[in-house]
Design a protein around this ligand. Structure first.
Ligand code: ZN
Length: 539
């Protein structure tokens, strides 16, 4: 350890509505001194801003500390938590990620588990910081940044994706590039028709369509990465295109991040962390088709050996084991000889039974059920909607009520735990509770809080999903209204209308083969059960 100063920074203001002693300056001082001692930090200097708000950095002792830092005097800065350093998270983030490292200053926020010496943590802070502002939407600064860029339709990424070009009048805006947009449209269409990314890539390669990099180069847009062949498409490229919200007209920011200031390379951020700014530029793909593709892509299937496209792919499941049914073909006759069988049974015949069902029989049954539904909708649309709403609401309302109750309870307990923790901490400082006991009890509190927080997160998304339901009913009716009566069905229509089909094992107790099929319509707004009878099947 050097002889540089360990700066303990304390701050308190009226806007810190954290009551009680635990946040008082005396307490912050005691806690930080104790922490520094226990962890071997020497040459301690305490900086105090009492009565100064955290929303800006214009504070006398903060400025004194920064000036000491700039003179190279400080080795480490420690605060009780991030908000003691500042409540303007953007600037706080800048200090932590950029300014402190520039002066080789290590920063620790004791209660937030932040220590810049540990690079894993740094990433966490930044994420927490960002999460925090999107959640609370409190930083004017960030809002301003996004108003200027993302929100006004100016994407943060300088290169428009394949399918778009920069507008000639304002190079911050994207316009549709008709030629490449046509290829994007085809890729989405093929996906909806049941083709996987590698199959789509093969088709484009066969047709000698220019890959995005080669296209960009040909148009003199910019030079991209090196490529193998100008017309060799690979499945990954196609798969990535299918996931781009840009094609539905939205801008996705923060798709990459830097692990820390030490790392120049940008990492791919998980999808949940993307910030999607809606309707920033013209869409190539309708929202409906884009959502459909995302849903289809959830059931990423393995490449099929035979060339036939399974129009039921990702939709038909075994009612007993829940696994997808696989398409199989007997002999050389097409269609008539195609059937589906349980995926588990295909692997190990002892684990489940075959659940054989011929695809043409299933298709016929499906047409029948769909036409029945179309009949209801066209007969009395309002009655149909009311019926669906009634069915779903009765069950859901009770579930939502119960979930909301649990959330409220959990939130109350979290607050209680916070209080318990502060109390415990004070008892520890005053010597009433031993360090060992403190560690043990605080770990217990923390674990419980973590558990409660994850319960709240789960229930919140559960409620959102349920509340989504009434929108879904309207969307479904809108889709259904497009059709009058179907005589044949395309894969696109199947995916548009149906979410899941479950095939039951055949029942021969009546003397002939009967097989029950459950059909769950899209968004699960409605379900039907039909029986496939051998007699009718062989008519
Ligand atoms: Zn099965």
């Amino acid at each position: 350890m050097t002889d540089k100063i360990t700066a303990l920074y304390c701050r308190l203001s009226n806007d810190d509505d954290l009551q009680g002693e635990s946040n008082s300056i005396t307490n912050q001082k005691a806690m930080l001194t104790d922490y520094a001692k226990r962890n071997g930090f020497r040459n301690i200097e305490i900086y105090v801003d009492d009565g100064w708000s955290g929303t800006n950095f214009d504070r006398p002792d903060f400025k004194r500390m920064i000036s000491d830092m700039e003179k190279g005097k400080i080795g480490t800065i420690i605060t009780k938590d991030l908000s003691r350093l500042g409540r303007d998270y953007l600037t706080t983030g800048q200090y932590i990620e950029m300014i402190f490292p520039d002066y080789d200053v290590r920063y620790i926020a004791v209660n937030d588990n932040v220590d810049t010496q540990n690079s894993e943590n740094e990433m966490m802070i930044f994420r927490n910081v960002f999460n925090d502002f999107y959640a609370r939407d409190c930083s004017k600064k960030v809002k301003a940044v996004f108003k200027a860029k993302g929100l006004s339709g100016k994407p943060l990424s300088p290169k428009p994706p394949y399918g778009y070009k920069k507008s000639e009048t304002d190079k911050n805006l994207w316009e549709i590039d008709e030629e490449s947009a046509a290829v994007v449209k085809r890729i989405f269409k093929m996906c909806i028709e049941g083709y996987g990314p590698s199959k789509i890539a093969r088709i484009l390669t066969d047709e000698r369509v220019l890959i995005p990099s080669a296209y960009a180069e040909e148009k003199g847009i910019f030079k991209r990465n090196a490529y193998r062949s100008p017309t060799f498409w690979n499945g990954t490229t196609v798969a990535k295109m299918l996931e781009k919200p840009e094609y539905a007209g939205h801008t996705a920011n923060f798709k990459t991040y830097r692990k820390s200031y030490k790392h120049k390379k940008r990492m791919e951020a998980p999808k949940e962390d993307w910030l999607i700014v809606e309707n920033t530029h013209p869409a190539i793909i309708s929202q409906h088709d884009f959502d459909l593709v995302q849903e289809l892509r959830k059931h990423k299937k393995r490449p099929q050996k035979c060339k036939t496209v399974n129009i039921f792919s990702g939709i038909v499941y075994c009612a007993d084991c829940g696994k997808p049914m696989h398409l199989t073909r007997k002999g050389s006759l097409p269609e008539k000889s195609e059937y589906l069988k349980c995926g588990t049974y295909s692997k190990d015949s002892r684990e489940c039974s075959a659940h054989y069902i011929r695809t043409c029989a299933l298709k016929e049954l499906l047409l029948n059920e769909i036409n029945k539904l179309l009949g209801y909708v066209h007969n009395d649309r309002k009655k149909f909607i009311d019926m669906l709403a009634k069915q779903t609401n009765e069950v859901h309302n009770n579930e939502i009520k119960a979930a909301k109750k649990t959330i409220a309870k959990s939130e109350k307990r979290i607050a209680e735990l916070d209080k318990l923790f502060s109390k415990l901490y004070e008892d520890n400082v005053s010597g009433k509770v031993s360090d060992e006991r403190f560690e043990k009890l605080s770990a217990g509190y923390e674990a419980e809080q973590k558990q409660l927080k994850s319960t709240i997160a789960e229930l919140t998304s559960f409620i959102e999903a349920k509340e989504q339901k009434s929108n879904d009913i309207n969307r479904f009716v809108e889709i259904v209204s497009k059709y009058e009566h179907l005589t044949d069905i395309t894969p696109e229509q199947i995916h548009e209308l149906i979410e899941r089909i479950e095939i039951h094992a055949p029942d021969k107790s009546s003397g002939h083969r009967q097989q029950k099929v459950d059909i769950y319509f899209r968004f699960r707004v409605s379900a039907a059960s039909a029986v496939l009878d051998k007699h009718t099947q062989n008519k």
